[in-house]
Design a protein around this ligand. Sequence first.
Ligand code: ADP
Ligand code: MG
Length: 334
Amino acid sequence: MLIKIGIDLGTANTTVYLPNKGIVLTEPTVVAVDDLTKKILAVGQEAKEMIGKTPGDIKIYRPLKEGVIADYKSTLAILKYFLDKTKAIKIFKPLLVVSVPAGISSTERKAVIDAALEAGAKEVYPIREPLLASLGADLPINSPTGQMIVNIGGGTTEIAVISLGGIVSWESIRIAGDKFDESIREYLRRKFNLAVGDRTAEMIKIQVGAALINKNHNLEMNVNGINILTGLPVTVKITSAHIVEALQRDLREIILGIKKVLANTPPELVADIMEKGIVLSGGGALLRNLDQLIYEQTGVATFVADDPLYCVARGTGKIIEKLDIYRRILISHK
Ligand code: ADP
Ligand code: MG
């Protein structure tokens, strides 16, 4: 019997998909390591909860931070953790479909395969993220029509044009959710002398963040932090308009990337994209009004995929559930 498992190994979150069950597990791609003994202390949610709260000798790693496998040992620990937790490989070794960045090098690719085999897989197929994101967004990726997908994750934004089951043109930019958080931190420091942690910055982004202001979306919230001049705790009211300002430069870079990919795409396919629009996936796609900003800046209609955080995982799911239809993709990725 062949057990099949889909894993979205994201820079921020790892998600596991099982056939006929769907998404069974999603946790942060984080490991906590004892700096002295180099022992891995925790993985996933438990490790993320330690961020910013650990004593000096515990280090928190995001091994895929910029979309690459920076550290084999932690990648292995992550794969092991997720495979064990799904309890799917008690007896049979599974076939694994794993998402990897579009720009993965052959060495990184090999590292993913080796780590997956060492974690207990029988066969491993690393598939590039834009293809999986498009599949998960229900785009007809095997049709001879150009489709543009922009997947905004934690560490990277991958912009790609897909046609006939392959990637025609793409860009990967190291500006995504993590950088948004960092820009929010910098902005608050500059504008209000307010210091906040990474997790607070992310919370602000999610609660009031936006790419553009419209009348529905000028939200506000009170943020607790430290005044860097006095060293004292303070509370500052932060609005969507502040976050629009804080993220302006990052979003401009992403839009430049989209324009660059369009410029490198054959005209026939650009015509398809003009007609069908751009699809956004990944957690970053949830930033309010980002679709509207991209439309305004590129002139191409833009849509957020359903449940964008899980597009890539759903894409792995489609492949493992219909191996016969997608075998060509598996083989072309070998
Ligand atoms: P990856 O595939 O790299 O693991 P994800 O697609 O899981 O990344 O997206 C994670 C990113 O999405 C994080 O930076 C997170 O802060 C961001 N995110 C999640 N929800 C929202 C939201 N509602 N608004 C804006 N950003 C969000
Ligand atoms: Mg992802």
